[in-house]
Design a protein. Sequence first.
Length: 281
Amino acid sequence: MVRLYTDELNIGYGDHLIVKDLSVQIPDKQITTIIGSNGCGKSTLLKAITRIISHQSGNVLLDGENISKGNTKELAKKMAILPQTPESAGGLTVGELVSYGRFPHQKGMGRLSKKDYDIINWALEVTGTSDFKYRQVDALSGGQRQRVWIAMALAQETDIIFLDEPTTYLDMAHQLEVLELLQKLNAEQGRTIVMVLHDLNQAARFADYIVALKEGEIVKAGTCEEVITSEVLKKVFQIDAAIGRDPRTNKPMCITYNLLKGEDQHEKMDDSIYSAVGAIS
């Protein structure tokens, strides 16, 4: 089943197109991961789908309706987004920050109802952040803060959650903690998860569906088996990758890689490709 998809979407700034004629379907109640080098349009695509930025042409449709024509508050009841660098929550307690997720559902004077408080407490419990409820967000570790932001998205009570590089700046243990939480939310609650990741092996391990972008266009979209291949990674990242199997999940994984040389290498590799290669090392 597909509730959300784009149709010939073009996104850019002025005359410069970043995303070009992009048509993609987001599988419902699955985890979709978007991969690609820096500057390829991953974050731009997420922002356009969630209406943070406008698109130049094409359509984004949710439940058969064009999101550009819908009510903002009603849209916020269907999809939530956790940006790459959430705005500072200086001075706020964890409970206060998570309560902001209830904004789309508030009426009248905007006071929180018993139902609002029940959902806030549920979101804190599910993300394992109940013990932090009265602590300042700024006093938490990176992994704890990320779980609190996810709790706020859950309190928004949406079926679809977008996350732009949710593991950025986290150490390996906290990265795994966040990704396992998202996997649990998908498995137990049927939440549709759409996220941007740089680490290819994390993408393969946790995603049901992967979209590989290059220069604003889809190189390949499909299952991990279809996307995490030497051929696709060669086109997307300009690397010669050796693909093996994760001994715990049996999913494909990038064991090692070399930069392409000779005829396979562009005359000049830009900074975005160097960044992408570094991200999977």
